[in-house]
Write a protein that binds this ligand. Structure first.
Ligand code: EPZ
Length: 419
């Protein structure tokens, strides 16, 4: 079992570059199956989720050439066959293959998706959209069969009961080659949705309104190849900005689209964090006397649920009482007991997280329970006096490319130990 060891308490300094967005690339790669030609992606992050998706594409007959952050994907060899179940369970976002296999073959036989432990993570809205477009759903042993009766999918008018990133993207992917017009109402507005729509449109699709709550897709016969630059990862950016405010003495976070982080930056400024917004970077000075605040997550452009965990160690440093309410995943609290083991005055009370600061954290053995909880523990370890040992770090490596190298370059005493 690999683990991360951090000797904390050292102030960090320098520059860190944000990589391509995980929550975009995990949709872009499956969407490429719809193309009748090679598609090249630039700015692909070095994360294990990408490795898993490349494995799935190759196991199904496609070919992928990787050169650093560039992926050249030729989907023409992908067969109309059941997906490799082993790979499915490690990656919730493998559900994007449902939309692209249905869109290409009118059939998808898949295992049920896995992912982090954030409480129940249904896919009923994805399935409702596929059924509205003419697919029928049946269950076999630990697999699900989505299939039309030989006809291509047809357009539909779909109202999303809950704002859902995954269901919005999956519906867009399935609708790109469906017969006729699909309208998605109450669509999610995350930047990753715009990124997927941009790729599909550059492949020849007709998608309008991505980034608003109504998206219109007019299906086309064919989708051709293209080249696409993945947008920067706003969650990785927010993680490093919070870390810079917590334990930095002058850190520039580069490759940042400020407009993707406005609600997050506003919350830090409410705490008293001093930052300078530059062309495509944020410079964060050394901070002192920060004020405790209340954090409430909401769908984009609100404060991202994925950032409530990484911001928590910074909150612990602030003066006063505060709370964190995750309106999207109420159970996204597994990092709280781990932070308490490091001496933090933090607990879960009636569905919300409450904390009292300032806290002097002390290194301890802790466990990453999900991707962003792991990121919070890394930041807490950098702040704490003494040694912190983090286990179950596979979660962290799923979403943060080259995190050890990036933090070491800032002066952190951090290493990844192979057990
Ligand atoms: C995406 O997950 C992200 N993952 C998550 O990031 C992120 O936390 C989440 O969006 C925020 O909305 C990827 O993009 C790969 P949702 P997704 O569908 O699409 C409910 C990370 O840390 N819902 O937007 O799975 C659901 O239970 C990960 O990078 C249904 O009820 O999330 C949740 O309460 C963690 N039925 C709400 O909607 C459905 O069919 C938002 O979920 C689908 C979702």
């Amino acid at each position: 079992m690999r683990k991360i060891i951090i000797n904390g308490g050292k102030l960090l300094k320098g520059e860190v570059a944000v990589s391509g967005a995980k929550n975009s690339v995990v949709a872009l790669i499956p969407a490429i199956i719809l193309a009748d030609d090679v598609v090249t992606l630039d700015g692909v992050p070095a994360i294990s989720d990408v490795d898993s998706l490349i494995d799935i594409i190759e196991l199904m007959g496609g070919s992928v050439k990787r050169d650093g952050e560039t992926l050249e994907i030729d989907p023409r060899g992908v067969k109309d066959m059941p997906m490799p179940f082993g790979k499915i369970n490690s990656l919730r976002a493998s559900y994007y293959f449902y939309g692209s296999l249905l869109g290409r073959y009118g059939r998808a036989i898949v295992g049920l998706p896995g992912g982090c432990d954030l409480g129940p993570r249904p896919i009923d809205l994805h399935l409702k959209a596929f059924e509205a477009m003419g697919a029928s759903i049946s269950y076999e042993t630990d697999a699900m069969r989505l299939a039309t009766d030989g006809q291509p999918l047809h357009g539909a008018h779909i109202y999303m009961d809950t704002v859902s990133v995954g269901a919005t993207i999956n519906t867009m992917i399935a609708a790109a080659k469906a017969k006729g017009r699909t309208i998605i109402e109450n669509a999610a507005r995350e930047p990753e949705i715009i990124d997927v729509a941009t790729l599909l449109n550059n492949m020849g699709a007709h998608i309008r309104g991505a980034g608003t709550d109504i998206i219109t897709i007019d299906g086309v016969e064919k989708l051709h190849g293209t080249r696409h630059q993945v947008i920067p990862d706003r969650i990785e950016a927010g993680t490093y900005i919070a870390m810079a405010a917590a334990i930095g003495q002058g850190i520039r976070v580069t490759n940042v689209l400020y407009e993707h982080l406005e609600s997050f930056i506003a919350k830090l400024e409410e705490m008293g964090v001093r930052m300078t917004v530059e062309e495509d970077a944020i410079f964060v000075e050394k901070q002192d006397n920060l004020k405790a605040v209340t954090v409430r997550t909401s769908p984009y452009p609100g404060l991202a649920t994925d950032l409530q965990q990484p911001i928590t160690p910074l909150l612990l440093k602030a003066e006063g009482r505060g709370s964190i309410i995750d309106t999207i995943y109420e159970k996204r609290v597994n990092h709280v007991p781990e932070l308490a083991r490091m001496g933090a005055d933090i607990s879960v009370l009636g569905g919300q997280i409450v904390y009292q600061g300032p806290n002097k954290l002390v290194g301890a053995p802790v466990k990453a329970t999900d991707l962003r909880a792991g990121a919070a523990l890394v930041i807490a370890g950098l702040m704490a006096q003494g040694q912190t040992e983090i286990t179950s770090i596979e979660y962290i490596l799923r979403g943060y490319s080259n995190i050890i190298e990036k933090l070491t370059a800032l002066g952190a005493d951090i290493q990844l130990l192979e057990a």
